[in-house]
Structures are given as C-alpha cells and as structure tokens.
Design a protein around this ligand. Structure first.
Ligand SMILES: Nc1ncnc2c1ncn2[C@@H]1O[C@H](COP(=O)(O)OP(=O)(O)OP(=O)(O)O)[C@@H](O)[C@H]1O
Ligand SMILES: [Mg+2]
Length: 230
C-alpha cells in the first residue's frame, strides 16, 4: 500500500484561554490516502477546525507528529510551513474571502501570479478552473455580482490555482442554502475526480457527510468512530 498523503500520530493541541488550558485535541491518529474525500464531523468545539489547521500547517500540535506526503512538518518553522502551505495545500473557508474589487477570473489568477514557480499561465488556468466549476459564464463578475454558491466555487478554483495535492475545506457550505451547498459539493467531487486531489472537508451537515468516502467523527478532541454521523 502507498504512503498516506496525510498522517497524524497522537496529535494533541492545548490552547491557553486566560489562565485556563483548553485541550482542543487529545490524541488524534489518522491516515488519509491520495484521492480520498474525507469528511470530519462533530459538535461545535470538538476540535475540527483545530485539526484542519494543523493538517494544513496553519498551526502546530502541542504533542504528536504530522506528516504531509511523507514529510514530517511537526517541527517546521513558520517559513518552512509557509512553503508547505504554498506547495501542498489549498484552503477553502466558510466565508469566501474573495477580493471584492477583482473579478472571478482575477481572483483565481492572483495566486498564480504570486507563485514562485508558476506552472500555469494565470488567466488561462483561471479560466480552465472556472469552466470546470461551471462558472464559464461568470468570469468577469465581481464577488457581489455572484450568488453564495458561485462565490464559494470561485474560492475553490482559487484554492486549486497552483495544483495543491490537498484541498482542506472548513464548513464550505456553512453559509449556503441546500441547493448552493450541493453545487459546491459537486465541484469538490469534480476536483477530486479530475485532478486527483485529496479532499478533507469539515461539515456540520450529516447529508453532506454521507457523500464522503469516509467520515471521521470528532468528539471532545478525539476521533470516536469510523463512520456514523452525529
Ligand atoms: N485560539 C484559541 N484559544 C483558546 N481556545 C481555542 C482557540 N481556538 C479554539 N479554541 C478552543 O478549542 C476547542 C476546539 O475548537 P475548534 O475551533 O477546533 O472547534 P470546532 O470543532 O471547529 O467547532 P465549530 O464547529 O464551532 O467550528 C474549543 O473548545 C475552542 O473553544
Ligand atoms: Mg470550526
């Protein structure tokens, strides 16, 4: 069997809240393989965002180890983590965080223009991604001229602009109605199928979770299952 794309071994994360210590993660082990689409579910405060942040190199564990594509990133400094994030990770959040003055096409082209060694021509690639996500007729619209689901698909295209092997999404449908949420999920599935991207998605929505290959259920900082929804 090939190595996992993401491996977490005994991850804990303690956070200081005043004089109090919050045990956000209490010994998480997981392996996620290439081309999997994995859901993370669990109650509010169970550690989902904390876990996603550690997988994506936005945060470091208190104890334990985290490997991305076989590389141990646990003790990397901020500069090294920035490189990992730029090369390996695409992030999608609940709030789309698009630049309001730029069109869809410009928003997606921007990270390619900023890449150290771009693999694509920015506007060609941006158009290709937006076409793939069903936004070919919205290239020149600004975010406030797009629906929530469309904006989130632009954010997904932007996250994929530099071909990261891993896409991490934290409640990407949390702000969307059911139909728009479906279009976003379809977009993520298309990405996985067409690009071979490994997708990890945090969601509160049990219906969404059932559409994943596999669901990890977090309770109080621990993974408690293989499968079921909350
Ligand atoms: N910066 C921080 N400082 C202190 N405690 C924090 C911080 N960030 C998160 N926490 C705490 O860590 C725990 C896990 O938080 P986390 O954001 O990972 O939960 P979550 O599962 O993503 O919740 P939600 O579904 O509400 O987004 C919570 O108890 C939270 O209060
Ligand atoms: Mg969260």
């Amino acid at each position: 069997m090939t190595d996992p794309v993401i491996r977490a071994s005994n991850i804990t994360r303690n956070l200081k809240l005043g004089s109090h210590i919050v045990h956000a993660l209490r010994g998480v082990n997981l392996e996620i393989y290439a081309n999997e689409m994995v859901g993370i579910i669990g109650p509010s405060g169970s550690g989902k965002s904390t876990l996603l942040g550690i997988i994506g190199g936005l945060d470091s564990p208190t104890e334990g180890e985290i490997e991305i594509e076989g590389v141990d990133i646990t003790d990397m400094d901020e500069g090294q983590l920035t490189d990992i994030r730029n090369q390996k990770i695409g992030f999608v959040f609940q709030f789309f965080n698009l630049i309001p003055t730029l069109t869809a096409l410009e928003n997606v082209a921007l990270p390619i223009e900023f890449a150290q060694a771009p693999r694509h021509k920015p506007f060609e690639r941006a158009k290709e991604l937006l076409d793939m996500l069903g936004l070919g007729s919205r290239l020149h619209h600004r975010p406030n001229e797009l629906s929530g689901g469309q904006q989130q698909r632009v954010a997904i295209a932007r996250a994929l602009a530099n071909d990261p092997p891993i896409l991490l999404a934290d409640e990407p449908t949390g702000n969307l109605d059911t139909h728009s949420g479906e279009t976003v999920l379809e977009a993520l599935s298309a990405i996985r199928d067409n690009n071979g991207t490994t997708v990890v998605l945090v969601t509160h929505d049990p219906d969404l979770a059932t559409q994943m290959d596999r669901v990890l259920s977090l309770v109080d900082g621990r993974i408690v299952n293989g499968l079921s929804a909350t």
